[in-house]
Write a protein that binds this ligand. Structure first.
Ligand code: NDP
Length: 286
C-alpha cells in the first residue's frame, strides 16, 4: 500500500519558511515583499483562487495589493495597470489570474509583465530560462510537484519519469524540471500511442491531463511515485484526480491524494516565488 504524500503538511512547512524569509526581507529593506493580484471579471472559481492567494499572503507577511477590474475592461486598460505595477517599487510580484475574459489576450498581458515580477513563471523570458536551465522564476504548480517528489527521497537522476499532459502551465515545465534533475523524461499527450504501456515504464509518474480517473491502477508500475495534479469536480461535487486513487495506491510506493496533494503546494510556491522575486529585484541577480 502506497505512502501518502501529504501536500497540506508540506505546504504548511513551506509557508512557515516563507514567513521567516519575508520577515528577514522586511528587516533588511524596511518593507515587506509585495504581491499584486489582478482579477478581471467575476468568474467565481477565479475569484475563489485569487482570494485564497491574498489570504495566504497576509498569513506569511507578504503585502497584498488586490486589483479587481470589471468584465468589460479593455486590453489598453489592463496593459496600463500592468505598466503601473511594473514600475511600483513596493510590488515585487504580479499575478494576473487566468483565465481572462475571452476578449483579452493572456499571452499579450503576460508578455507585458516585467519578467522579474512574473511570479507565475509564464513570461517567455522565464520560460526561456527554464529551457536553458539557468536561474529564473519557475511556474508554481510544477515547482510544487518537484518539492513533493523531493520529500519522498526517491532519487530522480536516471529514473524513468513520465509526465502525462503537455500544457505550458503544468506538463511542459514539469518535464523540464525533471530533466534538470537528470530524470529520463517522456512527455505524453492526447496523441500518445498506447499511453498505458508508456505509463507502466514510469518510476516517477506525474499526471496533469484534466481527465478524471484517466490513469488506472493496473497502468502504475509497482513501487512508482505517483503525483496526481488533476483536479476534477464530479457532478456530485466530489473532487477527484486524473489517477484512479484506490487501485493506483495498491501498487505505488508513494502517491498524492486529491484534494490535499499538489493543490495546496501551488499557493505555497507562489508565496516562495514572491519572496524570491523581491530578493532578486532588491538585492540583485537572476
Ligand atoms: P490543459 O487542459 O491545459 O492540458 C491538458 C493536457 O493533457 C494536454 O496536453 C492534453 O493533450 C493532455 N491530455 C488530455 N487528455 C488526454 C488523454 N486522454 N491522454 C493523454 N493526454 C491527455 O490542462 P492543465 O495542464 O492546465 O491542467 C491539467 C489538470 O491539472 C487539470 O485537472 C487542472 O485542473 C489541474 N491543475 C491543478 C493545479 C493544482 O494546483 N493542483 C494547477 C493547474 C492545473 P493535448 O496537448 O494533446 O491536448
Amino acid at each position: 500500500m502506497a505512502q501518502l504524500i501529504d501536500g497540506k503538511a508540506v505546504a504548511r512547512e513551506i509557508r512557515e519558511q516563507v514567513r521567516n524569509e519575508a520577515a528577514e526581507f522586511h528587516a533588511r529593506h524596511g518593507r515587506a515583499p509585495g504581491l499584486a493580484t489582478v482579477l478581471v471579471g467575476s468568474d467565481p472559481a477565479s475569484a475563489t483562487y485569487v482570494r485564497s492567494k491574498r489570504r495566504a499572503c497576509a498569513e506569511v507577511g507578504i503585502a497584498s495589493f488586490p486589483f479587481e477590474l470589471p468584465e468589460e475592461t479593455t486590453m489598453r486598460e489592463l496593459l496600463g495597470l500592468v505598466d503601473e505595477l511594473n514600475r511600483r517599487e513596493d510590488v515585487h510580484g504580479i499575478l494576473v489570474q487566468l483565465p481572462l475574459p475571452s476578449h483579452l489576450s493572456a499571452q499579450t498581458v503576460i508578455a507585458a509583465l516585467d519578467p522579474r515580477k512574473d511570479v507565475d513563471g509564464l513570461h517567455p523570458v522565464n520560460q526561456g530560462k527554464l529551457l536553458q536551465g539557468v536561474p529564473g522564476l519557475r511556474p508554481c504548480t510544477p515547482l510544487g510537484v518537484m518539492e513533493l517528489l523531493a520529500r519522498t527521497g526517491v532519487p530522480l537522476a536516471g529514473a524513468p519519469a513520465v509526465v502525462v499532459g503537455r500544457s505550458t502551465l503544468v506538463g511542459k515545465p514539469t518535464a523540464l524540471l525533471l530533466l534538470e534533475c537528470h530524470a529520463t523524461v517522456t512527455l505524453c499527450h492526447s496523441r500518445t500511442r498506447d499511453l498505458a504501456s508508456v505509463v507502466r515504464s514510469a518510476e516517477v509518474l506525474v499526471v496533469a491531463a484534466g481527465r478524471p480517473g484517466l490513469v488506472r491502477g493496473d497502468w502504475v508500475r509497482t513501487g512508482a511515485v505517483v503525483i496526481d495534479v488533476g483536479i476534477n469536480r464530479l457532478p456530485s461535487g466530489e473532487l477527484i484526480g486524473d489517477v484512479d486513487f484506490h487501485t493506483a495506491s495498491a501498487r505505488a510506493a508513494w502517491i498524492t491524494p486529491v484534494p490535499g496533494g499538489v493543490g495546496p503546494m501551488t499557493v505555497a510556491m507562489l508565496l516562495r516565488n514572491t519572496v524570491q522575486a523581491a530578493r532578486w529585484i532588491v538585492e540583485g541577480q537572476a
